[in-house]
Design a protein around this ligand. Structure first.
Ligand SMILES: Nc1ncnc2c1ncn2[C@@H]1O[C@H](COP(=O)(O)OP(=O)(O)OP(=O)(O)O)[C@@H](O)[C@H]1O
Ligand SMILES: [Mg+2]
Length: 407
């Protein structure tokens, strides 16, 4: 049975159940079909064993009525071949034979996997009742398969929902924790910052009055104190920046929802980050004209900013960052592709975790992607990171229209 595989693909189980009637005598085919009229099934007619095997591969059959005496390939052989192929193995067979009722023949029939046996001339009532049983069996098997598919589908959905729940529960509890920490840091931060400013002001006053009276060593200490104060102020700025990030992370409901143009969002981010791209990185933008999205522009800007910042960080030496906005049938998209080394598979699972970073202390907080993820989720969208075709990483934000985003 060569060349059957591609035909097997066209097998279908939709529509009415079908009965395959196999007989080398045309008149018998017609008669059999007439006997089974009105049973709620279709018929396929085969005039030889080979034709029967071909038809078997093309679609599903509820039962095969198989004439035993046929030239070339007899009914037993047809049944044997059908049993050998997993795709046709389960089709029940009713052998039809004109031979006398000798036991050995009957047994031979069962031996090749037959499910039933009928003698010609066929008793119409018995034929209809037997075929009826197989039609019912077929219908219930289909029902079971359908339920199984539905069950599998429901299970998949359940798993996805569970994963999302776990994810959002994790995010929610983390959000509370982070909000608490940000609040705790913020109070001492503001008084340390303001005291530092006071100290600097006081020192300037003292300096103005003391004139040139300081000894060289006192002068040196003085300069060092001023220098350290400046460094402290830089450190405090960094902490303040972190607190802002932590707050955004925990309070993603801030800001107003309105229509904003994606290309304008990208342009504003690029203006802020221009000092980091400099001459080193060529930024290429491609904008979709109709790009006004109903969104939280402040948050969306931040999401884009995090992704572009990551892209810039990823590119060592000269390279490119491509930013494209787009629109398909379902969603707006922002695609950011860098020419960096890509994300190693070993850390791919972890990059969305809050505080996961591979950057040196002070350069990365590891919050960028987790914040971005939460922002995109808030817009009912998706964030994916994939390998770019020419190396590097592509970050893709998709914001669907269903969430009321199409303006
Ligand atoms: N475009 C990229 N190419 C290669 N690696 C990336 C890219 N984007 C993210 N990563 C990896 O994912 C890690 C986490 O990114 P994330 O933006 O969350 O934090 P970060 O960039 O390290 O710190 P922050 O965003 O707070 O400055 C990065 O440290 C980096 O290892
Ligand atoms: Mg980042």
């Amino acid at each position: 049975m060569a060349g059957v595989d591609h035909e097997a693909e066209t097998r279908t189980g939709d529509g009415l159940p079908c009965v395959l009637v196999v007989d080398d005598v045309e008149a018998n085919l017609v008669a059999m079909q007439a006997l089974l009229e009105g049973m709620g099934c279709e018929f396929a007619l085969a005039r030889s064993g080979n034709e029967a095997l071909r038809l078997l591969l093309r679609r599903e059959f509820a039962v095969m009525l198989l004439d035993v005496q046929m030239p070339e390939m007899d009914g037993y052989e047809v049944a044997r071949y059908a049993r050998q192929n997993p795709a046709t193995r389960d089709v029940p067979v009713i052998f039809l034979t004109a031979a006398n009722r000798d036991e050995e023949r009957v047994l031979r029939g069962y031996g090749s996997g037959a499910v039933d046996f009928l003698f010609k001339p066929v008793n119409p009532k018995i034929l209809r009742s037997k075929v009826g049983v197989f039609l019912e069996l077929y219908a219930s098997r289909r029902e079971v398969q359908k339920s199984k598919r539905e069950l599998e589908h429901a299970y998949d959905e359940l798993q996805t929902a569970q994963a999302q729940l776990v994810q959002s529960a994790k995010m929610a509890s983390l959000g509370e924790l982070v909000a608490g920490v940000a609040h705790e840091i913020n109070n001492p931060l503001s008084f340390v910052t303001s005291h530092l400013e006071t100290v600097q002001k006081c020192l300037r006053n003292v300096e103005a009055e003391s004139g040139q009276t300081l000894s060289p060593s006192a002068e040196e200490s003085w300069a060092r104190a001023k220098d350290r104060l400046k460094e402290m102020s830089t450190g405090l700025e960094r902490i303040a920046d972190l607190v802002v990030k932590l707050r955004t992370f925990s309070r993603l409901d801030e800001g107003e929802r309105k229509h904003a143009s994606l290309s304008e969002c990208v342009e504003s981010v690029l203006t802020i980050l221009r000092h980091r791209t400099g001459q080193r990185i060529r930024v290429e933008t491609r904008f979709q004209p109709d790009d006004r999205v109903d969104c939280y522009p402040g948050l969306l800007n931040q999401a884009i900013m995090n992704l572009v910042a990551n892209a810039i960080d990823a590119v060592e030496g000269p390279g490119t960052v491509e930013i494209a906005t787009g629109l398909d049938e379902q969603a707006y998209s922002i695609r950011i592709t860098d020419s960096g080394p890509g994300i190693p598979p070993t850390i791919r699972e972890r990059v969305f975790e809050p505080f996961f970073t591979t950057k040196p202390v002070g350069l990365g907080t590891g919050l960028g992607l987790s914040i971005t993820y939460a922002i995109v989720q808030k817009h009912g969208g998706e964030l994916t990171l994939t390998d770019a075709p020419r190396g590097g990483t592509t970050a893709l934000i998709r914001i669907p229209f269903e969430a009321g985003n199409r303006s």
